[in-house]
Design a protein around this ligand. Sequence first.
Ligand code: BGC
Length: 812
Amino acid sequence: MKHQDIIDKMTVEEKAAFLSGKGEWDTRDIPRLGIPSIFCSDGPHGIRKQAGAGDHLGLNESLPATCFPTAAAIANSWDVDLGREIGEALGEEASALNVQVLLGPGLNIKRSPLCGRNFEYFSEDPYLSGKMAASYIQGIQNQGVCACPKHFAVNSQELRRMAMNAVLDERTLREIYLTGFEIAVKEGGAKAMMSGYNQVNGIYANENQHLLRDILRKEWGFDGIVITDWGGSNDHVDGVKAGSNLEMPAPGLDSARQITAAVRDGSLAMEELDTVVDDLLDAVLTVSDEQKGKSGSFDKEKHHMLARKAAAASAVLLKNTDHILPLKSGCRVAVIGDFAVEPRYQGAGSSVVKPTRIETIAASIAEYDLQVIGISRGYKRTGEADEVLKKEALNVIEGAEAVLYFFGLDELSESEGLDRSHMRIPQNQIDLLQSMLQVNENIIGILSAGASVEMPWQTNCKAILHGYLSGQAGAGAMLDILTGKVNPSGRLAESYPLRYEDTPALRHFPSTERNAEYRESIYVGYRYYDTSKVRVQFPFGFGLSYTEFIYSDIKADRQGVTLTVTNSGTMDGAEVVQMYVGLPNAIVFRPEKELKGFAKVFLMAGESRKVHIPFDDKTFRYWNIKTNRWEVEMGTYRIMAGASVTDIRLETELEVEGTTSVYPYHPAMLPYYYTGIVQQISDREFETLLGYPIPDGRWSGKLTLNDAICQMYHADSFLARFIYRRLTAMKKKSEEKGKPDLNILFIYNMPFRALAKMTAGAVSMDMVEGIVEVVNGQFFGGMKKVIKGFFANLKANRAYEKRLARGKGEER
Ligand code: BGC
């Protein structure tokens, strides 16, 4: 133990209480022992420090902070130095606002384009996600602030996010859903980790010994603290046993009482409790120490300019017919689109930042050498048709040399707590685009959307620039690219399928019942499209530049691959060289190729440079489910250098020795996994992959503590069904208004147990059991439990508080 001296002085009650939050954001202090409280804040792309009443959904105001582009945008930069710089700025702002733990970055895998929170995550590829996350973490922690990557793990769906069980095979878990976290821990040195709300193969992530103990701590050597997602704890005694430290936000003392009871009855050993207390003490004391004497301010202008640089480095030029871009100086442009006046620059939910300032296209365009002939909102962002706005836009664009059309996904489409139901952009925006084309052919589409969208309309645009959700300085960044001040260098960190129906998890996302079956296995994103030869709109890694790059002289040896890249055009610019690795005729099924390295290289016009991309422990490995370890299959590997997954410019071969003597699969039993055609995997084939029968995810009739409130349509109680209908109606109404109601979404997806975990001690688990009985039709018995539980809880809370105040243990 690092802090045995303090632990010796702590009562069991203090230890147990220390393991849960004091309020929405802070940990419990113990003044008599000199243990301070530390403060946690979201989030991944800016600090959301609430000065007043705290909530975890971004409902109440927070202090101004720089709103950087969201992770989905920054991942397109493929620039780890930029990630580190943003991390440093985030760390500096956190420190200035007296925040010790920053709840980010988020690095869940984009299993489906429909996950409502994709804007907060980096990529569909674990290697790229991990590298970007590690760079943020290094930057944040350089400033003495603790980074808390999230949500560990397999948390790729928002619907019933707190009550979902991810069912997947060990290899998919390791290769796809954990590799990014592994890089974040081993290379980023993360000092904290947020456990996900969901279950992984039947066990809550926060209680999952396999995830938290065997993998995170033992295999990866993580020695930081595990923090539950807000309200995500199920049973903290089990959490402690698995090595989880801090239950957030404020479950009250009911949780602490369960821990002390477990110590008393011997089901939790004192050493187990002391170990997690020691980790937490160490984190609290270290981070408080490092924060001492730090300045209370940050340079707003400097960070704003960094946000602009970051947005410009991350925007992806998807199309540029006839070199319409960059715009010539003095070009007569019409500016169309609601987003040009009111930008859509971040997503909804716990990550919402109150920006220090916001640039808009309408205001910033005056600073550029362009002749603006008119600005019109053109469409209603809430989706309704509006003929007046449309007419106005059509008038404005007449006579323009170029139409700058700002459009994309509206606020309701992407939010924490909500998965999208399709991949389309609101039809009224597309109608306007089609009408504009009749008047003016030179349309340049500038997209704002935090996730992949279908683009059947793309032929209507001469150029498309995708800014994602580009943060508070996104407008200037887009104008810098449109006018050629910046040469675009973003490359897509996710695939753009032609249609949603082409996506691999189509039939199993989002799961509406208890289990989310990950039948597509390792074939996520490009691993699927590329292997099963499904044509896409834009492939993973794709992006255009205003210059051209030539690749030559590839060589591979045991250390890595070396090649030369030349900027053969007339403009300086950066290229993202991507290294993919594949093994033809592999005995162990695998994707056609996988990203195993990359380098972003800036080259002046005419310049050539040798680029070396090193191999690492992940280059050739696969997870062998028979031997339960990482192995290498022997063979002649294809080592490819490309400008996207489908644009391989150079290729060479390398003989690699293997480690495998026991092969994990019988190809005849897994025919579709061997072809990569995984949209319709049968129960039998999935069970063969899992190695056990698919768990039954149907309801057994009665609702339990861990079922979500939105499942009350199964309830026996008329009252519960009535509440469900009311909630659904309220949810629908808020959707019709165009703004998601995060409170309703949260309650909707929340399991009953969270009533005890999110109410700061007002509700105990016994009371929740009573509530569930009521829901299941036992009104009187249930209510009796609730009322009895209420008074018992009140009494027990008071007694516990008293003991904490006196610093004494329970008198027996
Ligand atoms: C989110 C986390 C966030 C936390 C605190 C949760 O609902 O899932 O990502 O950090 O709230 O706001």
